[in-house]
Design a binder for this molecule. Structure first.
Ligand code: ZN
Length: 178
C-alpha cells in the first residue's frame, strides 16, 4: 500500500464529475486500499477518489464509535458508485472540514438520515442506512464525486472559520476533515 497525495482546492479535478466504475480489477482494489490508508494517515474520516486526482466514483469512510455523539456506531466503508436514494430530516452540526480545504470549517446543512445504494469491492450491490454524523460524511464524500465542495453548501460563507495549524503540525480536535 502507499500513501497518495491529496489535492487541494484550486485544482480543477476537484470540480469535475467522476466516472462510474464498471468492474473491480486489481488496480481498483489497490486504489481503494491506498485511499483508505491515505485517509487514516491524514487523518480524516472520509476520502473520495477525486481528492487523490482519480476521477472515479469511489469513496472510503472510517468513523470511530461515538465519534460525534454517544451511541454513534462505528463505520468502515469502501463504496463504489455510491448514490443517495433517500434523504430525510436536516442537521447543521458539527461543523465540517475537508482534507482538500485544509484548516477551514463551516456549518453545512445536511440530511439527518440517508439511504445510500452502492457496490462493494466484490461489485455486489449494498445499501447503507446512515443517521447523524455518518450520514453527513456520506453526503460530503458523494458530493466530491460531483465536483461539489462543502464550502458550496455552507449557509453563509462569512461563517467559515480558519483554524490555524498547531506548531506541532497536528490537526486540532475541532477539525473534522473529510
Ligand atoms: Zn472533502
Amino acid at each position: 500500500m502507499a500513501l497518495l497525495d491529496i489535492i487541494v482546492e484550486g485544482d480543477p479535478r476537484l470540480r469535475q464529475k467522476a466516472n462510474k466504475i464498471r468492474r473491480v480489477d486489481p488496480a481498483l482494489r489497490k486504489l481503494a486500499a491506498d485511499m483508505y490508508e491515505t485517509m487514516l494517515d491524514a487523518p480524516g474520516v472520509g476520502l473520495a477518489a477525486p481528492q487523490v486526482g482519480v476521477m472515479l466514483r469511489l469513496i472510503t469512510v472510517e468513523v470511530p464509535e461515538d465519534y460525534d455523539k454517544e451511541g454513534d456506531p462505528a463505520a468502515n466503508l469502501i463504496l463504489i458508485n455510491p448514490e443517495i436514494v433517500k434523504a430525510t430530516g436536516t442537521q447543521l452540526d458539527p461543523p465540517e472540514g475537508c482534507l482538500s480545504i485544509p484548516h477551514w470549517i463551516g456549518n453545512v446543512p445536511r440530511a439527518e438520515r440517508v439511504v445510500v445504494k452502492a457496490r462493494d469491492l466484490d461489485f455486489k450491490e449494498v445499501r447503507i442506512r446512515a443517521v447523524g454524523f455518518l450520514a453527513r460524511v456520506l453526503q460530503h464524500e458523494i458530493d466530491h464525486l460531483d465536483g461539489i465542495l462543502f464550502t458550496d453548501r455552507v449557509v453563509d460563507k462569512s461563517t467559515l472559520q480558519y483554524l490555524p495549524p498547531k506548531t506541532d503540525g497536528q490537526a486540532t480536535s475541532a477539525e473534522v476533515a473529510k
